[in-house]
Ligand binder design. Sequence first.
Ligand code: GDD
Ligand code: MN
Length: 362
Amino acid sequence: MQSAELSIVVPTYKERGNVAELVRRLDAALTGISWEAIFVDDNSPDGTSEAVKDIAAGDRRVRCLRRVGRRGLAGACIEGMLSSASPFVAVMDADLQHDEKVLPQMLARLKTGGADLVAGTRYVEGGSADSFSGSRSAISRLATKLTHRLVGTNLSDPMSGFFMMRRDRLEELAPRLSPVGFKILLDIAATGGERLAIAEQPYVFGTRFDGESKFNAQIGVEFLGLLLAKMTGDLVDPRFLFFAIVGTLGLVVHLIALRLSLIFLPDAFRAAQIIATLVAMTSNFLLNNELTYRDRRLKGVAMLRGFVLFCLIGSVGALTNVDLASWLYTERQVWWVAGAAGALMGALWNYAMSTLFVWRAR
Ligand code: GDD
Ligand code: MN
């Protein structure tokens, strides 16, 4: 039997209630096309992979790639696309927000229109995203504007997770793609650059059929980190943005803790400042462990050891910061330049050392 002409890759996390309906709709929309659907499930606790395998048992066009110990939309899409041999691959969400009825048009444009990639778009004539809530719509539009400013791309909807492309072009770009975050289309377009011929296909973004969205603030910050990395030619690691935000929050925590300590210890500023420092260090450590280094999260004894190291690194960082700032101040006499340079230096040091020693890649 020959391989299918079109593989549809569907990343899933907790989408049990959507998979059967999606397969039904694909079957109806893709008459006359030889297709297969590859569900890439990150070990969803709701039994999504079992639901897919039940369908797969009676339909050889359906397959489930169950990943264990890993999470991430972009990475799931990349692995799913690379797991097939068909000449054309599409990526679409499982929740039926992407319109499967435009898939045949997208395929036709790849086969005869000379495009390497057809991107689904909600932001040109014929498309729409009215089903987005007010705040999600604002976030999506803001992210689109930022992307246009910061990354050289003419995609009208770079945030879209709905597209189809030629397999040969994908295989070529795959080693340079990042498995982090939600923005797989943007990454492919930015990595492919001018040599990747992109066409756009308008579609109407529907409402979620069942279950809930996995979009959250962390994914938003991850995206900003990705933009920062692309802007600086991958000089700044996307992680650093998280680290900097946590550090800024730490200052707020510090001031609140200091104020509270001073209520109980009105005559002991030194003691209050020590308490506030400890509180801020602890909160920074915990937040970094949860967010910045989520994929390398420390637990149990390793967490305790990490915390001690984190504090040691932090004290050296503070000394470096003070030394540099004082030296700059005697040289230039501009307090805020000296202060900011010292703080930035301290943050960079803490970040580099924490990545190297506290949350080491395993
Ligand atoms: N395998 C895997 N692993 N799949 C995931 C993960 C993950 O960690 N996180 C989300 N998914 C799957 C979901 O199960 C769904 O099929 C698809 O990715 C999109 O996730 P949603 O949770 O439905 O995202 P959304 O609707 O809020 O976001 C949509 O709009 C964004 C643009 O504003 C998606 O289309 C995004 O791709 C798009 O960028
Ligand atoms: Mn969705």
